[in-house]
Design a protein around this ligand. Structure first.
Ligand code: AMP
Length: 125
């Protein structure tokens, strides 16, 4: 059977765990929510505070940001300081987004890690 690119994309979105978290099909420990954005505590935290911030719409990664979908990304960066404050990150924090296989992106729905609550390692690579 021939499966075209759009069909594959639809199946991939149906399978996306972060889309399932948005729909409430998978539970999450929410840190922030509005009409466009959801933030929840990472299930396997890599710092005392580790929050994942996502757009509710499916965008695969930062490599797929366009003029058509970038509004929600701007909104994410507007709410991150509020989330960080609510989580007690007065001394600073790190925002990370992984892209693709070499970037070690395990969930193919764009997300921003907020990491903090301690002095983080200086090394990034
Ligand atoms: P990345 O490796 O950049 O794709 O990050 C994906 C992150 O999502 C990892 O830090 C995972 O621990 C986290 N994660 C995966 N599934 C869940 C879940 N159900 N609830 C919360 N965090 C999750």
């Amino acid at each position: 059977m021939f499966i075209n690119k759009n069909t594959k994309e639809r199946f991939r979105k149906m399978d996306c765990i972060f889309c399932k978290i948005v729909k409430g099909e998978i539970p999450s420990n929410k840190a922030y929510e509005d009409e466009f954005i959801l933030a929840f505590h990472d299930i396997a935290p890599q710092a005392p505070v580790h929050v994942i911030v996502i757009p509710k719409t499916h965008i695969q990664s930062a490599n797929e940001i366009t003029a058509e979908n970038s509004d929600v990304i701007a909104k994410i960066f507007e709410v991150i300081p509020k989330i960080a404050k609510d989580c007690g990150l007065e001394n600073g924090y790190r925002i990370i987004t992984n892209i693709g296989n070499d970037g070690c992106q395990s969930v193919k729905h764009i997300h921003f890690h907020i990491l903090g609550g301690k002095k983080l390692a200086e090394s990034l690579g």
